[in-house]
Design a protein around this ligand. Sequence first.
Ligand SMILES: Nc1nc2c(ncn2[C@@H]2O[C@H](COP(=O)(O)OP(=O)(O)OP(=O)(O)O)[C@@H](O)[C@H]2O)c(=O)[nH]1
Ligand SMILES: [Zn+2]
Length: 197
Amino acid sequence: MEIKSTNTQDIKCAIRTILSFIGENPCREGLRETPDRIIRMWKEIFRGYDLAQVPKITVFPNGMDGLSCNSVIADSGGFYSMCEHHMMPFFGKYWFAYIPNPKGKILGISKVGRVVDYCAARLQVQERLAKDIIVMIQEALGSEYPPLAMGIVLEGEHLCKSMRGVKKEGKMRSSFYLDNGSLPELKAELSRFVSFG
Ligand SMILES: Nc1nc2c(ncn2[C@@H]2O[C@H](COP(=O)(O)OP(=O)(O)OP(=O)(O)O)[C@@H](O)[C@H]2O)c(=O)[nH]1
Ligand SMILES: [Zn+2]
């Protein structure tokens, strides 16, 4: 990640100021390297702002020769992200599914996880994360023969809700769908596939 409009020394200084603000001594042994560690960590967990790290989404011809075959293709996995209100983690599971266009493209299935990880590596709300993932995959599949339906369900535990503030269970569910005619079939399949924690 390229840190814009400021240099590393300024950021280290800002982190030391924050450490003082919370009551710490930024010069004590255990904290001396902390600003450097935080900068390295931010480069990793906020890599979703770096256009050079946009994942390559490999797609293939569906090969159905135009035969109508509404197969639902599904994938699931974990995600880690950071909430834009408190800069605290939210993390959990995603369930993704789509119905390829018989004349269109199919996805290399490992690419869904790569898109999820890239989009998750920013500050955001969970609702926008779901939309960003679907939009990036939609663009890779192209608009000539778009998928007949596509959707994602996210379940995230928000530490800003469980660890502070209201201090209730922090789980939140959100979903985002695209419909080009086959959304009911997609939702029926997703509801069998999704298993909330
Ligand atoms: N919809 C949605 N809300 C979120 C997400 N992450 C955090 N929030 C909520 O965003 C809200 C921010 O509310 P504010 O009143 O501005 O902040 P706050 O004073 O810290 O609020 P409390 O968390 O209630 O203490 C809170 O209700 C959070 O629970 C998210 O991904 N989606
Ligand atoms: Zn929050």
